[in-house]
Design a protein around this ligand. Structure first.
Ligand code: ZN
Length: 282
């Protein structure tokens, strides 16, 4: 495994998906107790308390919001449904702005029900992103396209490689005005032979978020069996060094969907392990 300079604990952020059973306040207070400075909430956790209260909770705990999850899910069979997804993403941009989030993460969406037309689905993603970009720009909330592992193509995202995501950025934001970029989730992109080249291509402007966890061997559930950093096969220091060489200086957001392991453990245990693994193996 690659080693490089130690991680800075102040760069640690926790995605609320890592503490699935907890509400926003519980997560925020846990982060406070452990001296963790960043959080990335999912919108349902924000909605449970309301946006104004969410902002107060995060401010009281002095947390930076490394991203709001999520907008997107653009492809759909009918124009009406596609518009609903766009409207939802516009609301998500408003919420991200109200929370002072560094970006809105986009999970772009897979194939519409009953469809086998992948190029059309990808076109719908392009159109959906295009329809939200002006609002993102005026709210000063950059959109972060998160390419998802190819195993998710049917149901969650037909944008599967960093290259695809960056091609979309270049098409929609040719002047690189900073309205759109990418979220690099180690779990989704670690296998990509083109990863380093594409991270370099992205550069500081387009690298908006860095999500970390590990790929377990074997993996028992392709969505809900993510590993804690250090428990799997991803060379996280190599990826971090590549991100840093490309200019990324933002936070490292732990995002672990783990139905049968980490979600069952107490908040304080999960956060203590996140902190020590971030220090030791990332
Ligand atoms: Zn992610």
């Amino acid at each position: 495994m690659t080693r490089l300079r130690p991680t800075d604990p102040s760069q640690l952020s926790i995605n609320t998906a890592t503490l699935w059973e907890s509400g926003l306040r519980e997560v925020a207070e846990g982060l406070c107790r452990h001296g963790i400075r960043g959080i990335a909430p999912w919108r349902d956790r924000v909605a449970q308390v309301g946006i104004a209260q969410a902002r107060r909770i995060l401010d009281d705990c002095g947390l930076s919001v490394t991203g709001l999850c999520r907008g997107g899910m653009f492809p759909a069979a009918g124009a009406g449904e596609r518009q609903l997804a766009i409207d939802d993403s516009l609301r998500a941009i408003d919420e991200a702005a109200a929370l002072g989030a560094k970006c809105l993460v986009m999970v772009c969406g897979g194939l519409p029900e009953g469809s086998r037309d992948l190029p059309a689905a990808r076109q719908m993603v392009r159109d959906g992103l295009g329809a939200t970009l002006g609002h993102a720009r005026s709210c000063r909330v950059p959109i972060a396209i998160e390419p998802l592992h190819p195993m998710t193509t049917a149901e969650r995202s037909c944008i599967n490689t960093l290259c695809q995501a960056l091609d979309l950025c270049d098409e929609l934001d040719p002047d690189a005005a900073g309205a759109i970029g990418v979220a690099i989730d180690a779990y989704h992109v670690w296998w990509d032979p083109d990863l380093q080249t594409q991270v370099e291509r992205a550069g500081k402007l387009r690298l908006l978020a860095f999500h970390i966890c590990d790929w377990l061997r074997p993996t028992t559930d392709l969505a809900l069996d993510r590993g804690m950093m250090g428990d799997g096969v991803i060379d996280l220091p190599r990826l971090r060094s590549c991100m840093e060489a490309a200019g990324y200086d933002g936070m490292h957001e732990v995002e672990i969907f783990s139905k049968h392991n980490w979600w069952k453990r107490p908040v304080d245990e999960v956060l203590a392990v996140c902190k020590s693994r971030h220090r030791e193996v990332c």
